[in-house]
Design a protein around this ligand. Sequence first.
Ligand code: SF4
Length: 649
Amino acid sequence: MKIFKNSCSLDCFDVCKIDVYKEDNKVIKLEGSKENSLTDGFLCSKGLKHLNRLYDENRILKPLLKVGEGFKEISFEDSLTILKDRLVDIKNNYSTDSIIHYSESGAGGLLKGIHDVFFNFLGGISIPSGGTCWAAGCAAHDYDFGGRKTSDLEDMKNARVIILWSRNPAVTSIHLYKKLIELKKLGIKIVTIDFRDNETSMISDLHINVKGGSDGALALALSKLVFEKDLIDYNFSKNNIIGFDKFEHYLNSISLNDLLDDCGVSEDELLKLLDFISLGNIMTFIGYGLQRYINGGNSVRAIDALMSITGNVGKSGAGVFYSSKIYPEVLDRDPYGSSNFSKNSREFPITKFNEFVENNEIKAIFISKANPLNQLPDLNRTLKAYNSIPFKVCFDMFLTDTAKNSDLIIPVTNTLESEDIIYSSMLMPSLMYNEKVVEPYDFRMDEFEFFKELAKYIDLKEYPQVSKVEYLNKVLTPLNVTVDDLKKEDINIQKGYIAWEDKKFKTPSGKIEIYSESALNDGAEPMPIFLKATKGDEFYPIRLVTPHCKNSLFNQHVEDIDDISKIYISSENLGEFKEGDTVVVSSKNGSIHSQLKIDNTLKKDEAYIFMQWSKKQGNPNFLTPSLSSDIGGQVAYYDTFVSIEKKNS
Ligand code: SF4
């Protein structure tokens, strides 16, 4: 038996280090590595499923070509010829920007993103801007601090209070959760804030249940009290903040009662929360849920402002963390200058996918590391727009809802079948090398090799016909390390790092910009303000939120089993129904069938369905509208309002 080193390639905060056991040319077991202090010998069920997916009997191993209503297997050579003919035709007779490439984070790894390089060399294509995951919060931190940084997690032990604001690590970042349990034993206080009692709030010292879309109002209410109770760090604010006076002036102009009314929090609860903040050394981890509203960027900016005026930025034991964009800034991610060839590239907002397809002569779409026909909002219209595109190519391991609607499916490798370099921009601080453990069915299932072949077929002369190691070594050059170095040990350039400790913020002024001219120039509010949460109407009164669940992380892994989605509601919305009933959930955009569950920690007119359902099971994205957040072009999924009705028998 031999043990290989790998790491989890799912789009997860933790990016666990994995020991892979191989015997008789077969992977027999995955185990969390003890080498990595965050992984600490433990993998969650989602990571363990890499092995199930490797040998899953439903895995696609050969290219599939749509024929009538079904698919037929074809050879890799035939798939390459089909792609060559279509791409050359588009290049010669139209423009390459009539091709859309839609990619997400379904498989981490530098080489799994080689599609972008290929399409640049092809001449540039159309790609979506904004995002489905974290875009509004990213834009908020970029305006406020000029970037996104997280301190070394070891520094958590120097905090007095850790706030998890719309973040639920017990489900989405299990190793952070384990750390929290240890820190609690040391006397560090844990505060959770969410629209419901979540799995992490079970261990918190204080939980605040805030109405959906009103996190910004809560942060402003706290800031108002921080001024009133003189909890400001004046020295820090004077030296490091632009817009301090304007912010104070603005807070004086709004009413505390209006803010509290919006967020559904009592003054008593607010004072309790303030007591924790007054302890100092506050470390706040912001989740991605609170920015999936049309006021989501403003909410993140309001939290940033609160933590800035109280001096909880740029010092040990404190910080306001959203993500950690460190490696993308230091690696050479385009080592062969592909972007110089990308003359025809253009962007369109992802929230306008349907209009973009409807109003432009789109000739082809390529999907990689994604399942947009599960993930995008307003799926009835999106499905129609997708199917109107004459040539649809999907790279995937399984027949997802997107693959089923495509004309050509190209199989890809499992993370255990490809070498790669992995890092996270969310939490885990290491850069890691993934060994290839077993050979794939065909070497061209590896995207790096497939696109090299395709570039040869199309005669893209400048395309780098190099080995993976040669390619990766170039990517690593700025760090002055090689693949061989990474094979020996992981790199952690964030060890001992305290985010913004040098107080050199990367904003235009070099300071924290609570008031941001850049935001104003972009047509956004320059400062966080009171943007009330939206409300439903008499026909669709219930807000629907769609958070991540414990068992499934990415919509490419949605299991098409015989089950039906579950909608959690407050008992105040139960009416004529009882728990367990199957109902029709409708919005202005569509309807699904779902089974009723009660969660009494929900407020009236709030509901949630976890994101884990395929079309036939009742995917809630058939209900979500295609709205954009205030900044960053984030899909505002959580501004969905629904009604619940009887199912026709
Ligand atoms: S999904 Fe996250 S927690 Fe689970 S094994 Fe992968 S990286 Fe670790």
